[in-house]
Design a protein around this ligand. Structure first.
Ligand code: CO
Length: 156
């Protein structure tokens, strides 16, 4: 089932999401709906608050593989960072240069509710950091300067 994408400036996007208590059938069905929606929207990643659900769930489309991260937590990050342009399904027409850690290690639950640890670099690390930001209510527009933000808002 396709889900509706919540768009900026909806304030629900700024809420901190809640931990998933159990990866049950209801959560799994929701995850499948998130994956379907991400693909339909041509996104590389999607976080639950972007479809109006305040839960710590992220899906990533990594070269055609569906990555499911439930209650993800970054447990290691590199000192090295890089800057690349990012967009976001919740921010129409947005393209901002964002600084992120180059390498991260993430602990989370997978689709079957098992504990997994993922090491990610470069683009994958960037996508995961972007999506975890959503779980903490942080958007790209919260990471740019006021002038850039004002210019973006005027363009909407
Ligand atoms: Co986004």
């Amino acid at each position: 089932m396709l889900l509706n994408i919540v768009k900026y400036p909806n304030l629900d996007l700024n809420k901190k999401s809640q931990e998933v208590q159990a990866v049950n059938d209801e959560i799994k069905q929701f995850v499948l709906n998130m994956i379907e929606t991400m693909k339909k929207e041509d996104g590389v990643g999607l976080a639950a608050p972007q479809v109006g659900v305040s839960k710590r769930i992220v899906v990533v489309n990594w070269h055609g593989d569906d990555l499911v991260l439930i209650n993800p937590m970054i447990i290691q990050k590199s000192w090295r960072k890089d800057i690349k342009t990012e967009g976001c399904l919740s921010l129409p027409k947005a393209e901002f240069k964002i600084k992120r850690h180059k390498d991260i290690t993430v602990k989370s639950l997978d689709y079957s509710g098992k504990n997994v640890k993922i090491k990610a670099s470069n683009l994958l690390a960037r996508i995961i950091q972007h999506e975890i930001d959503h779980l903490n209510g942080v958007l790209l527009v919260d990471k740019i300067n006021n002038k850039e933000k004002k210019k973006y808002e005027e363009s909407l």
